[in-house]
Ligand binder design. Structure first.
Ligand SMILES: [Zn+2]
Ligand SMILES: [Zn+2]
Length: 347
């Protein structure tokens, strides 16, 4: 089968499309014929083989990808709930289901977590093997390209719900697909005002289209911080969504969050750690809320509801639907020009 893999050639990382064997399934797994996938920031980190991914990825060649929709092609011998032909997607966070964290229904935070497409082979391939416990049946009204974005949209749904944005002034730092999904969910959830701080004009135009009240390009607006600091007791926003994981992003978040406000810690640093003005978090009484994955399965249900009822609001974020063979163009869009929203590859 055709697959997009990360491999090491004389110690140097390469990503290429390659012929790989169709995965074998364990008794509690299903084999899925992939219909559509979408490219995530995590895939870009694997593509770039960042320091965090160098520590994480242990087996080569490694098949990328975790956001997908497809049809069950074969079932393991212990499977009773699913049959061949079922239309499915999967939760990326493969939890253990046995530890105290899983028992508390925080499965997405399970300390024994294995990530699809990171800790095991992913979906940028004609077939993927997936454990039954992370399978979800897709609503037949969602075409595969839309069903493939339930996972990242779910991330945004989970984040915005935890932030409680209704009637609040919010700032989103970052302009990538996750930031755009967060913006659209915040619009639907009736935030009072939504400001976005980004870098890419193409992406900020999408933000404008989906209802972000104020867009600010850091290339042109280095004065952004001066404008906001000093108003309303030294901070402007009730909730700041930090989507970049960059040092400047996190510093800005702490500076412009109002005293007693909330920072949603969503973006991950490529180096695992960054310097932050730690004391300010205490002195401003800021609540920092980490966001990782989605609630399994409550968030998925809400994401499906959004896709069914607000499909027209979400569609502008999916800017590219490319054939699988054009995967390289997809990564170039995401990593180099960044003139894209969500990029979907169709099999
Ligand atoms: Zn993802
Ligand atoms: Zn667990």
């Amino acid at each position: 089968m055709k697959a997009i893999v990360l491999d090491l050639k004389e110690g140097n990382p390469i990503v290429e499309m390659r012929d790989m064997p169709v995965p074998k399934i364990a008794p509690d797994e299903v084999l899925i014929k992939v219909a559509a996938v979408s490219i995530c920031g995590t895939d870009c980190s694997i593509y770039k083989y960042t320091p965090a991914m160098q520590k994480r990825i242990k087996k080569f060649p490694h098949i990328l990808g975790h956001e997908f929709a497809g049809y069950i092609k074969a079932i393991g011998r212990n499977i009773v709930k699913w049959k061949i032909g079922d239309y499915v997607s999967a939760e990326t966070h493969i939890y253990c289901g046995k530890c105290p964290t899983c028992e508390r229904e925080d499965k997405n935070l399970c300390p024994n977590l294995k990530l699809l497409g990171v800790d095991r082979d992913g979906c940028f391939a004609e077939y993927i093997a997936v454990p039954e416990k992370v399978l979800i049946r897709n609503d037949i009204s969602l075409p595969p390209y839309l069903a493939s974005i339930q996972e990242p949209l779910g991330n945004a749904v989970y984040c915005v719900n935890k932030a409680e944005v209704r009637h609040k002034d919010i700032l989103i730092i970052g302009d990538g697909p996750a930031a755009l999904f967060t913006a659209v969910v915040a619009v639907i959830s009736k935030a009072k005002s939504i400001t976005m701080l980004g870098y890419n004009d193409y992406r900020l135009q999408i933000a404008e289209k989906i209802g972000v009240s104020s867009i600010n390009c850091v290339k042109k607006r280095v004065d952004f911080m001066d404008e906001f600091i000093g108003k309303k007791d030294g901070g402007w926003f009730d909730v700041v969504f930090e989507m970049t994981g960059s040092e400047s992003g996190i510093n800005t978040a702490i500076n412009v969050c109002r005293p007693g406000g909330k920072i949603m810690v969503f973006g991950l640093s490529e180096n695992n750690s960054v310097f932050v003005p730690y004391n300010k978090i205490a002195l401003k009484g800021i609540m920092a809320q980490g966001i990782y994955g989605r609630n399994i399965w409550k968030t998925w249900e809400i994401a499906v509801f959004f896709l069914n009822h607000y499909r027209n609001s979400v569609e502008p974020i999916i800017t590219h639907k490319l054939p699988f063979n054009e995967w390289q163009r997809g990564f170039d869009l995401m990593i180099k020009s960044r003139d894209c929203g969500k990029v979907v590859l169709l099999m």
